[in-house]
Structures are given as C-alpha cells and as structure tokens.
Design a protein around this ligand. Structure first.
Ligand code: HAM
Length: 423
C-alpha cells in the first residue's frame, strides 16, 4: 500500500455528519443578511500581497508572520487572503461601486488563511462570514453592524455572549495616546512579557490586549484612550451606546480592546463566548474610515465585522446533538429487476414530490437493506419484488408505527402525494 497523504496541519475536512449543520447555518446567515439589505460579494481567494500589507498593516501579526505568500512566475508577490475586508474594499474601488449608490452593503461567507498555531477554534484555513457597509460615517451604521453580528448568534440560540466595545478615535487622537502610552510603559519595559517588549516599539497599542498576567498588572494603571477622544468621536460613541441600550443589546466598554488590524478608527467591537476555549472571540469588527482612500479610492467611510464560522460551529454542534438526519423513503429491492424499477420510482418521487429517497445499489439481501433503512432513520420503506406480492405490487411500510400496506406500483406516487402529511 502507498503512503497515506494527509491533509495539511490546521485545515479540516467537513464530513457529511457535520455538513448538514454547516449548510443550515450558512443558509440562515444568507437569509439574515438579505433581511438587512446586504448583498453577497465574492472575491478571489488570492490577491497581490501589497493589498494586505497596505491595509492590515506592516506591523501586525497577520502581515508579519501569518500570511501565505509566494512569488508568482512573473515575479508578482501573491497572498492567500487572511481576511476579506481588504479584498472587498479593493473590489468596491475597482468596480466603482460607490457610483451606484451612496451606501453599499456587502456580506460574504468565504475561506481565509492564516499561518497560526492550530488549536481548538484556530485553524490555518478557516471560514469568515461578515459584512462591510461602505458609505455612512454615522453611528447608526455602526450599530446596524453590531446588531447583525449579535442577532445572528441570538437567532441560532447561542447565549452567554459578551459584546465588548471601545472607541479608538481618530488617527490624531490615537497618535497622541500612543505617545503617552509608550511614556507610561517604558519604565516597566523589563517587566513586560517578551512579546509586549517587542511590541513596545512596533505596535504599543497591542500591548493593551495582552493576556499575560504580568502585562495586565502593569496595564491596569495605563492612561485610558477615552481621555484622548475628540468631541465628535465621543459624541458618536455615546449615540452608539444609547442605541444599543434601546435595542436591548447588552454590552461592556472595554478600554483595552484594540483589535489586531491597523485600519480601524472610532468604534471597534468584539463578541466573546466562554464556550469555545482560549480562542474566545467569535467575531470582531469596527469602523475603518480611511481604508478606501488608503487603497486608492475616494475618501469613503466604512464599518464592518467578520466572524469565524468554525468557532460558531463548535458551539452549535454541542447544542444540536439531536439533529434530524432522517431519510424520507428507503426503497428495498429484492432482486435486480426490482433495483431498476426502484431507480425509476425514486426519480419520480424526488422530482415530482421533492421527497428524499435512497435506493439500493449494493444488491444486498432484503435483511441487510432493512437494517440500513433503520440505520439511516428512514420514515418509510418501499419493498419491491417480494415473493408474496403479486406483480406490480409493492409493500409500503411506515417505520414509525410498523404498519404496512400493499399498493400497486403506479399508486406509490399518489400514496405519498396525498398521504405524505401523515408522516
Ligand atoms: P479578525 O478579528 O482578525 O477580524 O477576524 C474575525 C474573526 O475571524 C475572529 O473573531 C475569529 O472568529 C475568526 N478567526 C480569525 N482567525 C481565525 C483562525 N485562525 N481560525 C479560526 N477562526 C479565526 C477581521 O478579519 C476583520 N476583517 C473584521 C472586520 C471586517 N473588520 C471590519 N470589517
């Protein structure tokens, strides 16, 4: 036997046992987005590396360590997208979608790639669903985005969520803040964790969301970004909070929330769940008013979020142990001729009545087929070609109550057409 070729570390197969839940969840997300007037956008899985360097930022973990980047044969540097915001904004600019209407609402469900250390809820290929709303600088747009992110979880029955929000203000406010933060942290440099020591120069804001106990002890007395916000940012943040209260969306202001991507300004948020282990962020997002311009478009405000579908699945799988995987009808065939008949009957039942039907293709004994029908939780079996039935007669058995009738083969359709409600 040849060596087995295994999947790549940090990637996962979605097997049939999980794919039903996966499809159902995706379908709920599609419907939910449509309800809110968001339109699906699909962008290529790889882009020029420069797109991510310029948007996510050269000093971020994603760009520094986590991107799958390679040189194409013509020397262009290409990268598998580590997230979708940059690609959506590129597409928005390139296709001049801003000319179509002053506000564009996009959503996506697609794969992203980051070379992180795999663990529960953290993969190297993962799926993000999210929205990007491009055009409004007003706080009600921020709230719409948080609302969508939050209500999807609620609708799916995911409870115990914490919505953390913060405002990191304008670029100017943040620059002033970072100067003071650095001043505050520098005397403690040697007491900080290794990673925070290196971030003190490259990206001091990220020290704020460190999980290290040593760092937390120091950070708790650090200056607060809220003291650096200008009047407009403060006013917007207040409107956001008031609207969230009106909508009954519980939230907490977390002054240490900074997010790991450079393009944000103003409101940022994350939704956290305690039920998925260390990788507790179910989703994250915020406002990014400068990105469109930064990537070569007309200055246009924007806000969005993205959520990890696998992290959501971890929770949903635990909640839905009793998913209904049943089959409507299993057709048991006693001989080869019956198998041919079963294929025609199944075709009619599926196409005319939309009934889920499985036929036998392994030519097993009637007993094994009956066992199989039980295993896949068939609601009915139709047995064709039994010796004690006359030509053109089948047995229809209700697997729930054990009752059965003999029916003419050309009456099957009307039996299920009329009586199907009976299930
Ligand atoms: P992010 O926080 O980097 O933001 O990712 C959003 C979500 O993607 C995370 O909360 C998490 O659920 C999921 N995620 C991230 N990395 C992994 C991974 N390695 N394995 C599994 N799930 C993961 C963004 O990507 C921004 N583009 C969000 C955004 C949209 N901001 C504005 N618009």
């Amino acid at each position: 036997m040849s060596d087995l070729i295994r999947n790549i570390k940090g990637t996962k197969d979605i097997l049939p046992l999980d794919s039903k839940l996966w499809l159902e969840t995706e379908s709920i997300i599609h419907n939910f987005m449509s309800l809110h007037g968001y339109h699906l956008i699909k962008t290529p899985v790889f882009e020029k590396t420069e797109l991510f360097n310029r948007s996510i930022g050269e000093n971020t973990d994603i760009v520094n360590k986590e991107m799958y980047t390679w040189e194409d044969r013509d020397g262009t540097s290409l990268t598998l997208r580590p997230e979708l915001t940059a690609s959506v904004v590129r597409s928005f600019i390139q296709n001049q979608l801003g000319n179509l209407s002053p506000i564009q609402r996009f959503y996506y469900i697609d794969s992203s790639f980051r070379r992180e250390r795999p663990q529960k809820g953290r993969q190297r290929q993962f799926t993000q669903y999210g929205v990007e709303s491009i055009g409004s600088h007003n706080p009600e747009q921020d709230v719409e985005v948080i609302l969508i992110a939050f209500r999807i979880y609620q609708m799916l029955g995911v409870n115990d969520l914490a919505v953390n929000i913060n405002s990191i203000g304008s670029k100017e406010s943040r620059l002033n803040y970072v100067v003071d933060l650095k001043k505050f942290l520098t005397p403690f440099k040697n007491k900080l964790s290794d990673i925070s020591q290196s971030r003190l120069e490259s990206n001091p804001l990220r020290i704020l969301d460190s999980k290290s106990k040593k760092d937390l002890e120091i950070i708790k007395d650090a200056p607060l970004i809220s003291d650096y916000l200008n009047e407009k940012d403060q006013a917007n943040f207040e409107v956001i909070q008031n609207l969230l209260i009106d909508l009954n969306i519980p939230f907490k202001i977390n002054e240490n929330l900074v997010r790991g991507l450079d393009y944000y300004n103003g409101m940022i948020f994350e939704i956290i769940s305690d039920n998925i282990g260390a990788q507790s962020a179910l989703c994250g997002g915020g406002r990014y008013d400068r990105l469109v311009e930064q990537l070569g478009g007309k200055s246009t405000p924007a806000v969005g979020f993205a959520a990890g579908l696998e992290r959501l699945m971890l929770i949903l799988k635990e909640q839905s142990e009793n998913l209904d995987y049943s089959t409507d009808i299993y057709i048991i065939s006693s001989n080869e001729e019956a198998i041919s008949q079963s294929i025609v009957i199944a075709d009619i039942l599926r196409n005319k009545l939309g009934i889920k039907v499985i036929t036998e293709t392994l030519r097993r004994s009637v007993r094994s087929q009956m066992r199989e029908a039980n295993k896949i939780n068939a609601q009915f079996v139709i047995i064709i070609g039994q010796e004690d039935t006359s030509n053109n007669e089948v047995i229809i058995k209700n697997m729930k109550d054990g009752s059965q009738i003999n029916a003419s083969i050309d009456k099957i359709e009307s039996y299920f057409g009329v009586d199907y409600e009976y299930k």
